[in-house]
Ligand binder design. Structure first.
Ligand code: GUN
Ligand code: FE
Length: 429
């Protein structure tokens, strides 16, 4: 069926859960989730008469939850996921990441790699994603074509790198800005659900001059921004040397006007008080990447602090710092590392609870896309239907308990049976 003509008004019947606050999840057994023109009209215990004529998608006995937003993932790194996890960030970039990303100059390689990435993302719990490509414009446009075809909603970035990079993965500063302007002009309006995002890799890879140009492009075209911030101690020391004028690493972006409610900064493991205040005041999103921070021995971000301050926080896999695309594993890891941080580092920051991880994966990150990540009335209807019947237990579980263990046991016997993005069903075949 042509996805544009697919009916977007229907009712899903099932065991429905969604966050109503970071700590609270509303659960309705045998409930009805009503979708009208791609948006939620709410969740009901009894189906209101006014919706009785809508088509019914009967998922009785299955869990129905909002889709997940992975707000920081590197598409070209998917090809070496699970490999080379034995180094810290800067050595890992030089040894594994940059050589892999250089291969995307070859469109045939990029085509094969991005087809696999897009296909696996389509079958995952992720309904929305914020994605890094490489510095290559043709390969990044190919990635955008592939992602558009999945039906998911994504932001995709052509990466900028004009210093401290290998000869086969570096740009001339003026050409980098020019290529970015050309790419933005090329892709603007081309897609229905795939959007450009300005993507300076991180301060060590981008000169001040190019950083200023990129801010200009973002402002002129009203585009969002993504980058990395305070992930690793050697990285932070290096930024201090490269930008001696900056008051903190975050200032090396803020100075150019690159922080704000349309900016995502990945990691923020070692943000100083000043940097935290900057992120909070500007409404910048923190992408929490718990698995990547563990695999690259980066550290544990103080997410409890960010949540207590009411900051914008979402979850992210950061593939290939993280090994796979599972947002279930990402949630479980977020809770686990918060417990280690509390036990080993700082007893003043209490561990996260599973409800908070679920909120970050759905509403926290979803809000970067607008009214996304909830089933409250008026939200775009992104939904996952989950069959948990193969996860065996003799116990009678509440709906919440079934969702809670799904976070931990998705890979054991969880099965994604349907997936909707803005009311449109995604092909999972
Ligand atoms: N900092 C700069 N580039 C990268 C990257 O590709 N992955 C991670 N985790 N951190 C980075
Ligand atoms: Fe990253």
């Amino acid at each position: 069926m042509d996805s544009k003509t697919e009916p977007k008004s229907f009712v899903i019947k099932g065991d429905i859960c969604y966050s109503t606050s970071p700590q609270e999840v509303s659960c309705t057994q045998n409930g009805y989730l009503v979708c009208v023109d791609g948006k939620s009209a709410g969740v009901f215990g009894e189906l209101p008469q006014s919706y009785a004529e809508l088509p019914l998608v009967d998922c009785t006995g299955q869990l129905v939850v909002p889709g997940m937003s992975d707000i920081h993932v590197h598409a070209p790194q998917y090809a070496f996921r699970g490999l080379g996890m034995d180094l810290e960030l800067l050595d890992w970039l030089n040894t594994h990441t940059f050589p892999e990303e250089a291969k995307y100059a070859d469109l045939a390689y990029a085509g094969d790699a991005y087809e696999i990435f897009a296909d696996d993302l389509r079958h995952s719990a992720t309904t929305r994603a914020v994605v890094f490509g490489t510095l290559h414009v043709p390969a990044t446009e190919l990635l955008m074509d592939d992602l558009e075809a999945t039906g998911l909603v994504t932001y995709v970035g052509k990466v900028n790198m004009d210093r401290n990079s290998p000869d086969n993965l570096v740009e001339d500063s003026a050409e980098s800005a020019e290529a970015t302007r050309g790419w933005v002009a090329d892709v603007t309006g081309r897609y229905e659900r795939t959007h450009p995002i300005i993507t300076p890799r991180f301060t060590p890879s981008v000169t001040d001059g190019l950083m200023a140009e990129l801010a200009d492009i973002a402002h002129q075209n009203d585009l969002p921004v993504q980058s990395h911030l305070s992930e690793n101690l050697s990285e932070i020391g290096w930024v201090k040397e490269l930008c001696p004028w900056s008051t903190c690493y975050g200032d090396a972006y803020d100075h150019f006007g690159l922080l704000g409610e349309k900016t995502i900064m990945a990691h923020c493991v070692y943000s100083t008080d000043e940097e935290v205040d900057l992120l909070r005041r500007t409404g910048t999103y923190v992408a929490h990447c718990p698995q990547s921070n563990a695999q690259l021995a980066s550290g544990i971000a103080p997410i409890r602090r960010y949540l207590d301050l009411g900051m914008n926080v979402g979850l992210a896999t950061d593939v290939a710092g993280g090994a796979d695309l599972s947002m279930w594993r990402c949630m479980a890891d977020a809770v686990a590392v918060s417990k280690l941080r509390w036990r080993l580092v700082d007893q003043s920051l209490s561990p996260l609870i599973t409800q908070e991880a679920f909120w970050m994966a759905t509403m926290g990150g979803g809000s970067f896309f607008g009214k996304v990540g909830s089933f409250a009335e008026g939200y775009e209807l992104d939904a996952l239907v989950l069959d948990d019947s193969a996860i065996r237990t003799p116990r009678d579980l509440t709906v919440w308990e079934r969702l809670e263990r799904y976070v931990y046991l998705a890979e054991e016997g969880g099965y994604l049976t349907r997936k909707f993005v803005a009311g449109r069903q995604i092909d999972l075949d």
